[in-house]
Design a protein around this ligand. Structure first.
Ligand SMILES: [Zn+2]
Ligand SMILES: [Zn+2]
Length: 466
């Protein structure tokens, strides 16, 4: 069977530096041993064979010194020999290839599938260079292979080093396993990357749009993003924050995904986050949360940016689904045929980062529910069924949008307000004053009651009379 030669060899930056400072500065025909992972092709160790026999025409390793060094490598195997050649001969000689082949029969080299013999051009004779060659064990053929540099940070950074300053402010272990299913990534870009900064480790990003120039003034993006699918730019930024994050960008609309496709994406640790300006996508987010019994969050900026809302559900703490909370909006869309009123056109940009920070707070509370964390563990239970949060962004919002809730809140025992008003919500059913039960959740107060009985989350059920 032919050996699978790696298409690149990755070398730790410090190994290249050490080679540069030893073999790379001496006269030609000096060398050393390389260690690393025989399967992945990573080279992480180097031993400068200073005591080798050097003739000026051939480098012959000092076997005892090399073997002792190899035994001292903590977690690397011998993978080959690096040595320098006279200027103008940047490739192995026939003798070099024979030596590389003979290594295959040495004890301990049974699983050495290829033997590395990079050739250095020393700075003693001109510019430094190193060209990677390997000899294939199966057919003894020589291959030249590109080198990539393995940065120390990536190999030596402990997994959570970037989170060292927040390790007590969140439960990192829990967040690393929490999966944020983000539907709509435009105005939420900064919220999503802030989830990564907060320690969230798993993301699925769904959005059909590419960045346009007009987004530079309304969304967290840069000129270099224009033309790129939003999900791909954001996925790259998440990786820039946490290289270990597991990010799955899906450049498509929620409508393109069937329930079967969604069930592949959703797990026990998924939070579904509806952040589009489409009524139907938001309504489907509610059904997704109910069908799979998972926590959810939806957000909207109101017309002009005078106010904004966040609604959330958790089957263990809230009674009302998003539809129970927003039933008048459902009526407007489904019965009165009103089109989307929540467009960012002409909206105050300040509403976007403001609502994003509320989303971040709420999502951290959702993710930590039941974790026992000293700050976040009880937040959701403390909020109870106050699962509508309103942000007032205009002092006269009662006049500008007709929202009197903020003025009324001061006299209401079941509400509190800082910048944000959290309002108590009840499931819609005949005992709470409706002549119907919520068609999405059933209005029972148990958000897991309908679950798998929801046939297709794409179909928004119509309501009887309201
Ligand atoms: Zn040679
Ligand atoms: Zn409901």
């Amino acid at each position: 069977m032919k050996t699978k030669i790696p298409n690149k060899i990755r070398i730790r930056r410090s190994v290249i530096e050490q080679i540069k400072n030893t073999v790379g500065q001496r006269q030609p025909e000096t060398g050393g041993a390389l260690g690393g992972n025989r399967n992945s092709g990573e080279i992480t160790e180097y031993f400068f064979d200073e005591g080798a026999y050097v003739s000026g025409v051939e480098y012959r390793p000092n076997r005892d010194a090399v073997n002792t060094a190899i035994r001292n490598w903590p977690s690397a195997d011998f993978v080959g020999i690096v040595h320098s050649h006279p200027r103008g001969v940047p490739f192995p000689s026939g003798m070099d290839i024979s030596s590389a082949i003979s290594l295959f029969s040495n004890p301990g080299n049974d699983n050495l599938r290829y033997s590395a013999i990079p050739i250095v051009q020393s700075s003693a004779t001109g510019p430094f260079s190193m060209t990677m060659f390997v000899v294939d064990r199966s057919d003894h053929e020589l291959h030249e292979i590109p080198i990539t540099i393995l940065d120390e940070k990536k190999t030596q950074e402990s997994p959570n080093e970037c989170f060292s300053r927040i390790s007590s402010s969140v439960n990192l272990e829990r967040l690393a396993d929490t999966h944020a299913l983000c539907i709509g990534c435009g105005g939420s870009a900064e919220f999503i990357t802030d989830l990564a900064r907060s320690g969230f480790g798993r993301f699925c990003l769904i959005d059909p749009d590419r960045y346009e120039h007009a987004n530079l003034a309304t969304q967290a993006c840069f000129r270099s993003d224009v033309g790129t699918p939003k999900v791909e730019s954001i996925a790259a930024r998440i990786q820039q924050i946490n290289a270990d994050a597991d990010v799955h960008p899906m450049h498509c609309s929620l409508d393109d995904l069937s329930d079967d496709a969604l069930s592949e994406l959703i797990s026990e640790t998924t939070l579904v986050l509806g952040m589009t300006d489409s009524f139907h996508a938001q309504a489907r987010t509610n059904q997704i949360a109910l069908k799979w019994g998972i926590p959810s969050l939806c957000a909207q900026v109101y017309r002009g940016g005078y106010a904004a809302e966040v609604t959330f559900t958790h089957p263990e703490t809230t009674l009302a689904c998003h539809r129970c909370i927003l039933s008048s909006r459902y009526d407007a869309f489904l019965k009165k045929g009103i089109k989307n009123h929540a467009t960012s056109e002409g909206s105050q940009y300040v509403a976007t980062p403001t609502v994003n920070s509320l989303k971040l707070w709420t999502t951290l509370a959702l993710a930590h529910h039941g974790s026992g964390h000293s700050f976040w563990g009880d937040k959701l239970a403390e909020l109870g069924n106050r699962n509508l949060a309103l942000i007032q962004l205009d002092p006269n919002v009662d006049e500008s949008l007709g929202i009197r809730a903020f003025k009324n809140a001061y006299n209401h025992p079941n509400a509190f307000t800082g910048n944000i008003l959290w309002r108590e919500q009840f499931p819609e059913n005949p005992t709470t004053g409706y002549n119907y039960s919520c068609p999405d959740c059933g209005g029972t107060g148990n958000l897991k009651a309908r679950g798998e009985n929801i046939p297709d989350t794409k179909i928004i059920p119509t309501c009887p009379e309201s």
